[in-house]
Design a protein around this ligand. Structure first.
Ligand SMILES: Cc1cc2nc3c(=O)[nH]c(=O)nc-3n(C[C@H](O)[C@H](O)[C@H](O)COP(=O)(O)OP(=O)(O)OC[C@H]3O[C@@H](n4cnc5c(N)ncnc54)[C@H](O)[C@@H]3O)c2cc1C
Length: 427
C-alpha cells in the first residue's frame, strides 16, 4: 500500500480489520500471530524504515538495535506455534545455566536447564537478527505494511475508528491518507504518541538508573551461562552469544545510577573493561574487547488505559519494565498472543472485534500475568539495589535460600522462563 496526497471520498476509505501502529518487536510479532491464525485484513504502520534488504546489521527501528533479548520458554512456544522458531533458532544461543551473584556479599546461586527439566532456560537473540527474521516473515503473509509513516490523527467513529496517516515514502513522495479500521492496536513504544492522541497517557516512575549495553569479547567460553550479578552500583547481566569470527562473546546489560553513566560511556575501552572486570570478576577470564556502548534510561511506565472501544494498547506502549529480569518483551509477547486468540474467538462467533466486551476480556485475562511480572521485575530491582547492610544481608539470605531449596530455585527459574502464570494459556 502506498500513501498519496489525494483527497478521498469518505465512503471509499480503505477499510481494515485492524491497524497496528508500530512495527517493533511487539507490533510485528502480533501481525504474524494474527496472520497465522486467520485471513485478517491487517495494516502495519511503522514510523521508520522496515527494509530487510539491508539485513543483517542495519537498524530498522527502535526495537531492532544493538541490544540482545533473552527469550523465555513461553516465547519459544509462541514463535513455534506460528512456524518461525526454526528460522529464529539459527540465530539463538541457549541459556543452559543461570548464575546469580552479589558482589562483595558472598550470596550466590545457580540454576540449570537440566535441573528444570528443559532444553534451555531461555534463548538469547541479537535484536537485529530478531528484526531480520520477523520482517522477512511479513513477506510470507498478506499483511499490508507502510513504513516511514506515522499516525497524525485518530477519530473514534460509530462502529470503528478513522485514522489519518502521514507518510514519507521517499524524497518528494510525501502524503496523507485517511483509512478506517474496526480495531486500532497501538504498539508504538513507551510514551506512545498515538495513545496520547486519544487522551491515553502513561504513568512513569523513573528508576534514576541507566542501562549501558555492549557486546564483550571474552577470553573463556561462556558455556551457555547467563550471569546476573548484583553490585552496590547496580545490577549487571552478561548473556551468552554465539561466537563471532572465532571470538567468544557475551551481551552486557550494565545498570548504573544516572550520575555514574557518563563517565563509563565516555571512558576509553581499556578503562571501561578494567572497571567492568573489577565489578564482574574473572569467571569468564579477561575481558578482551568492548563493542559499541549504547545507553537506555530506565523507568517503569504503565498506560492509564489498555483497552477502550475499538482500541488496544500493547507492548512498551502499555507497560515498560526494568530490564534486570529480561521480562518486558516476553510479557508483551504473551499479551499479544492472548489478544490474537481472543480476537479470533470473537470472529468465530461473529462478535465485533472492537467491542469493549471482547477487549476487556482480553485485558482481564492478562492482568494477573502483567501485575506479577511487573512486581517481580520491580521488586528484584529494588531488592538488589540497596547498599545498606540490612539489604545486603537480605539479599544474601535470599540467594542462599534459592541455592539451598530446590523448589524455590525451580519456581524462580520457571518465572524467568515465563511459565509461572502463563503455562496454561500458552503451553
Ligand atoms: C537494555 C534493555 C534490555 C532488554 N532486554 C530484554 C530481555 O532480555 N528480554 C525481554 O523480554 N525484554 C527485554 N527488554 C525489553 C524489550 O526491549 C521491550 O519490551 C521491547 O523493545 C518492546 O517492544 P515494542 O515493540 O513494544 O516497542 P519498541 O521497541 O519501542 O518499538 C516501537 C516501534 O514503534 C515505532 N513507532 C514509534 N512511534 C510511532 C508512530 N507514531 N507511528 C508509527 N510507528 C511508531 C518505532 O519506530 C518502533 O519501531 C529490554 C529492554 C532494554 C531497555
Amino acid at each position: 500500500m502506498s500513501i498519496k496526497g489525494i483527497k478521498q471520498a469518505k465512503k471509499d476509505l480503505p477499510h481494515f480489520d485492524m491497524v497496528i501502529v508500530g512495527g517493533g518487536m511487539v507490533g510485528i510479532s502480533l501481525a504474524l500471530i494474527l496472520a497465522a491464525q486467520s485471513d485478517w485484513k491487517i495494516l502495519l504502520v511503522e514510523a521508520q524504515s522496515m527494509n530487510v534488504a539491508s539485513a543483517p546489521k542495519s537498524h530498522y527501528s527502535a526495537s531492532f538495535d544493538d541490544r540482545s533479548t533473552a527469550l523465555s520458554w513461553t516465547s519459544r512456544n509462541i514463535y513455534q506455534s506460528i512456524g518461525i522458531w526454526d528460522q529464529l533458532s539459527k540465530h539463538l544461543t541457549d541459556i543452559k545455566h543461570i548464575h546469580v551473584s552479589d558482589r562483595g556479599h558472598g550470596g550466590l546461586t545457580r540454576m540449570s536447564a537440566d535441573e528444570a527439566g528443559v532444553d534451555a532456560l531461555g534463548y538469547v537473540v541479537e535484536n537485529h537478527w530478531l528484526g531480520s527474521v520477523l520482517i522477512d516473515q511479513l513477506g510470507h503473509h498478506s499483511i499490508e505494511t507502510l513504513s516511514n509513516t506515522k499516525v497524525s490523527a485518530v477519530r473514534p467513529m460509530r462502529g470503528g475508528i478513522e485514522i489519518s496517516l502521514d507518510g514519507k515514502q521517499s524524497a518528494g513522495d510525501e502524503g496523507q491518507q485517511l483509512i478506517r479500521s474496526d480495531l486500532l492496536i497501538i504498539a508504538d513504544g513507551s510514551n506512545s504518541k498515538t495513545a496520547q492522541k486519544l487522551g491515553i497517557y502513561s504513568q512513569c516512575s523513573s528508576y534514576r538508573q541507566t542501562a549501558i549495553i555492549a557486546n564483550i569479547q571474552l577470553e573463556k567460553k561462556h558455556q551457555g551461562t547467563a550471569y546476573e550479578r548484583f553490585t552496590d552500583q547496580g545490577p549487571m547481566a552478561l548473556l551468552p552469544l554465539s561466537d563471532y569470527q572465532g571470538q567468544h562473546r557475551s551481551a552486557l546489560v550494565w545498570v548504573q545510577s544516572e550520575d555514574a553513566v557518563e563517565q563509563l560511556v565516555m571512558a576509553e575501552d581499556d578503562a571501561f573493561l578494567a572497571t567492568l572486570q573489577q565489578r564482574f570478576g574473572h569467571r569468564l577470564g579477561r575481558f578482551q574487547q568492548v563493542g559499541k556502548r549504547v545507553t537506555y534510561p530506565l523507568s517503569l511506565t504503565l498506560a492509564t488505559e489498555q483497552v477502550r472501544r475499538n482500541v488496544v494498547v500493547v507492548g512498551n506502549a502499555a507497560h515498560s519494565l526494568h530490564p534486570v529480569a529480561g521480562q518486558g518483551f516476553n510479557l508483551s509477547l504473551r499479551d499479544v498472543s492472548a489478544l490474537a486468540a481472543r480476537l479470533n474467538q470473537a470472529r468465530e462467533i461473529q462478535k465485533d472485534i472492537g467491542s469493549l466486551e471482547v477487549l476487556e476480556n482480553y485485558y482481564q485475562q492478562q492482568l494477573v500475568d502483567q501485575r506479577n511480572t511487573l512486581m517481580f521485575s520491580d521488586s528484584l530491582t529494588k531488592f538488589f539495589t540497596g547498599t545498606s547492610r540490612v539489604s545486603a544481608a537480605g539479599r544474601n539470605s535470599g540467594l542462599l535460600a534459592l541455592d539451598l531449596v530446590p523448589q524455590l530455585r525451580h519456581g524462580f527459574a520457571k518465572f524467568g522462563m515465563g511459565m509461572a502464570t502463563s503455562e496454561a494459556q500458552h503451553g
